[in-house]
Structures are given as C-alpha cells and as structure tokens.
Design a binder for this molecule. Structure first.
Ligand code: SF4
Length: 329
C-alpha cells in the first residue's frame, strides 16, 4: 500500500454551525509485503479513521479531502480513491484487504449458525459464489487455525470465547486477502484471551494466509508482541515511524517518548527512563494549532515549532521522525 498526503475529515453540523474535523491530515505511509505494522496513538488521534481510509470505506460524516491511496494489487496498481464502492466491494474488500473492526471479535450474529454467517459474508462480495466451495474453503481455514470442523454448524454462543475469536479471524481471511487490518481487536478482551488472539494473528501471518498486517491499538504492550514496525500518530498526523525495537528502546519524537514512558513495562531499558506523563490535552482537530501540533504540550518547543509544520525526516535507514529537533539547521 502507498498512501500519499491523505486527508480525511469529518463534517459536523450543529444547527447553523459546521465544523470540519481534520482526523487524518496529510498522512503518507507505505506498507510493504511481509510487514506487521503497529499504528499507535491516543484515542482520537485518527488511527481508526486511517483504517477506514486504507480500505476507502468512507461514509458521511467522513469525507475524503485529498491525496492518494495506492494498492499494489495482484493484477496491477489500483488507486482506491478513484474507485466506486461496488468495485471496492467486489474486487478489493475481503480479497485484497480485510478488516477486523473494533469489538468484532465478540460480534458474530447470535441467531445465525457460523455456516450461514460465512455464506452471507462471501455472498456480499460475490452473490454467485458456490456454497459448497465456500464451505470447503472455510473448513480448510478452520483446520489451519485449530478450530474443529463441527464449529461450522454451531451458533456463536455454543463456541468458547477463544473459538469465536478464531472463527472471526478465519472468516475475515477466507478469501486470502494480502493485507489484514485489525482495529483495536484485543481492547475488550482479558489478558489470557488477548494472548490467544495475538497468537492467531501470528498464525495467519506465519502460515502465509495473509502477507501483511496493520494492527491499530493504543496498547504499546500489545503492539510489542506482534509488530515489526511501529507508526506513531498524533492529532491526525504521523510523527514517528521505525522498527519496533528502535522506537520503543530509543524514541525520537518527544510525543513518542512521553507515550512510551507512560506505560508500565517489564523492559529494563524502558523502565530506567522512568514513568512519565504528557501534560495537557490533544488539540481540537477542528482548529489545530499552527506549526507542530504537539507544540502546546512539548517541553522542547522552539519558535519555529509554533510557526511551521516539521517535515518528516529519515534520520537513519527506515527511521522517520517529524520534529524540528532533527531537521538540519
Ligand atoms: S517540532 Fe518542536 S514542538 Fe514539535 S515535537 Fe519537535 S520540538 Fe516539540
């Protein structure tokens, strides 16, 4: 995937007043085959909106305000922002990119057997799909993810929590999408179930069922267990991007440093830096501050930070940061 200067805003109308909320505002991001990318940041930083933008699942009040979303698909390059919803549904969603939205791991329709849910999902992409073939594919996927065959004839409430979550992941990956986006998939789960779900994500990756994962979370510990690369978002923008161990071990951006320092972690290297908190609140995205959006909270803010937006700089191979502290003087 390649996102270039993507902007996606919410239109909020309250009586005569209209507000534009710049949830994703000038995001450029490449995701390569084989990567597990964790996108982290506080609630409201735009990471879930970004998941919808990557899918081009844009519905009011969200609108696409500019940029390009390129997918290097199996049969050529698709510029997703130029395609209609029907095309995306038929050719892209589920086949090239699949998403597991927030809280979906516990959200299977309780009144339908798993078999019916699978057929409904596949037929929403391809109304002429052969049912026996689909069920055959599903059983193969169930086996790969350690689910018993009989689960396919059960209702969701008859499955254990762990089996239900594996069933959701099996259904999402049924058509062999190359990219899987998981949006806060473990946030409502207890620690033991979280571990099992993360293991299932690793299984679908290691078994080559999917090629790449984008994992969106506010939980650094979760992303640490899964991701190879971490992208940090603040106030609708990417502020840091790099290999997971480097960013956690030696964050460059003052916001990343605060974010990493605000979580309890068993890692000695991180603990030595001490527990931190980030003063203040994220900005109102209908009226973000000029320059660096983090400047009202940043202990290192300089004049230039209040005037000009910092460019994204590659400080070493594969390590990017958007901060004037690293710009060449
Ligand atoms: S650009 Fe300036 S205000 Fe923004 S994080 Fe860097 S030093 Fe702080």
């Amino acid at each position: 995937m390649e996102l270039s200067d993507v902007r996606a805003y919410y239109r909020q109308v309250i009586g005569p007043i209209q507000r534009i909320i710049r949830a994703v505002d000038g995001v450029s991001l490449k995701v390569f085959e084989g990567e597990i990318v964790g996108i982290v940041g506080e609630s409201g930083c735009g990471k879930s909106t970004l998941a919808n933008v990557i899918m081009m699942n844009i519905r009011p009040p969200l609108f696409f305000a500019g940029g390009s979303v390129k997918l290097y698909a199996q049969d050529g390059v698709l510029e997703l922002q130029k395609l209609g919803r029907d095309f995306l549904k038929e050719r892209v969603w589920g086949r090239e990119i699949a998403v597991i939205p927030q809280a979906a791991l516990n959200a299977l329709m309780p009144t339908l057997r798993i078999r019916r849910i699978i057929l409904d999902v596949v037929k929403s992409h391809d109304p002429n799909a052969d049912e026996d073939e689909v069920i055959g594919l599903a059983l193969k996927r169930f086996k790969e993810l350690g689910l018993p065959e009989m689960a396919i004839n059960m209702y969701p409430f008859e499955l254990s929590g762990g089996m239900r979550q594996r069933a959701v992941i099996a259904i999402a990956t049924l058509l062999n999408p190359r990219l899987l986006i998981a949006d806060e998939p473990t946030s409502a789960l207890d620690v033991v179930t979280q571990k099992m779900v993360l293991k299932t994500f690793l299984d679908v990756y290691k078994k080559n069922i999917i090629k790449s994962i984008i994992f969106i979370t506010h939980d650094i510990a979760t992303v640490r267990q899964l991701a190879t690369r971490i992208v940090v978002m603040y106030a609708g923008k990417i502020v840091e991007d790099g290999p997971i161990e480097d960013v956690i071990g030696k964050p460059l951006h003052p916001y990343t440093d605060g974010l990493m320092g605000s979580v309890l972690t068993p890692e000695e290297e991180v603990r030595k830096r001490g527990l931190k908190y980030i003063p203040g609140q994220p900005p109102d995205l209908s009226n973000p501050p000029l320059g660096c959006r983090f400047h009202p909270r940043c202990p290192y803010a300089m004049d230039v930070c209040r005037r000009e937006e910092p460019p994204m700089i590659e400080v070493e191979k594969g390590r990017f940061v958007a901060c004037w502290l690293y710009a060449k003087k």
